[in-house]
Design a protein. Structure first.
Ligand SMILES: [Zn+2]
Ligand SMILES: [Zn+2]
Length: 282
């Protein structure tokens, strides 16, 4: 496949980096959430490793996993069901798929914060102590597979064509970068409907249950009582537990046996856990 060619992958990583820097850096300078944050802020190089790793190493793995999920799910879905979905107007299909995947990812993400096994991988994303468009790429590849797989499940089940699914993945990817950027746009109450970086910045506050789990629209957070939007930025981003300080450490640490003390947190509140106990409560 063309996109697996190393030269092509390097070029596309460089082009994406330039594109994102050109789009988001000016926004961060004109409408900063935290004024005065430098482009090369602390941990910038670690986040660059995550960016490069995502493009050169892990994107292929994620696509491969997604493909097998598709094949596996295909076997369960009656073809008559997909035909009746396809018979609906396209705009209704789009609304259905966005609402369904927002609902699924809301609960799947909330579970990542309450379940100790899932938190091992997801906490890597939350180790970012400085948020900007680049920090959005700080993610463990197994966390990416979990998230991408669940977000796309409704589109796969409803039988959307692969090109549509690819467009949805691309849109959600850009959106994820936007909500991490060091930006606060003056959109007022619209943020309750369409989401905003300040909401996701609060999700990155040190309190692991700070709320705002939704992916695009905060509707699910409003519905399920986890919406939070103070008028200022959180005092600090990051996690309470000690964590790796370099890229390789972040990749390896979640795979190591639990050391018992460092990743311990209080068991989840029952509603936040979705009724599931955490795997490593100790
Ligand atoms: Zn999270
Ligand atoms: Zn985030």
């Amino acid at each position: 496949m063309e996109w697996m060619n190393p030269t092509w992958m390097l070029l596309s990583a460089a082009a994406s980096f330039l594109f994102l820097a050109v789009v988001f850096r000016p926004m961060e300078m004109v409408f900063p959430a935290r004024a005065g944050q430098r482009f090369f802020r602390p941990d910038w190089w670690t986040d660059l490793c995550f960016f490069i790793g995502q493009y050169l190493l892990w994107s292929g793995l994620v696509v491969w996993a997604l493909y097998y999920v598709n094949v596996w799910v295909d076997g369960f879905v009656p073809s008559g069901f997909r035909a009746s979905v396809a018979a609906q107007p396209w705009w209704l299909q789009v609304i259905e798929v966005v609402l369904l995947s927002d609902f699924l990812i809301y609960w799947a993400h909330r579970l990542q914060h309450s379940n100790q096994f899932l938190w091992r991988f997801h906490s890597v994303h939350h180790t970012a102590e400085h948020l900007d468009w680049l920090a959005a790429h700080r993610e463990h590849p197994l966390d990416s597979i979990y998230t991408v797989g669940i977000i796309n499940l409704p589109a796969v089940v409803l039988g959307f064509p692969l090109e549509t699914i690819a467009a949805l993945v691309a849109f959600r990817g850009i959106w994820a970068i936007y909500i991490h950027s060091n930006v606060r746009l003056p959109i007022g109450p619209l943020r309750v409907l369409i989401g905003a970086p300040e909401l996701h910045h609060w999700h990155h506050a040190k309190d692991r249950r700070a709320g705002n789990y939704a992916n695009i629209s905060p509707l699910m957070d409003v519905l399920f009582g986890t919406y939070t939007c103070p008028d200022h930025e959180p005092a600090e981003f990051g996690i309470e537990e000690p964590s790796a300080t370099n890229y390789v450490g972040h990749m390896v640490e979640p795979l190591l046996p639990d050391r018992g003390h460092s990743r311990h947190v209080e068991p989840a509140t029952t509603e936040a856990a979705g009724g599931k106990a955490s795997l490593h409560a100790g």
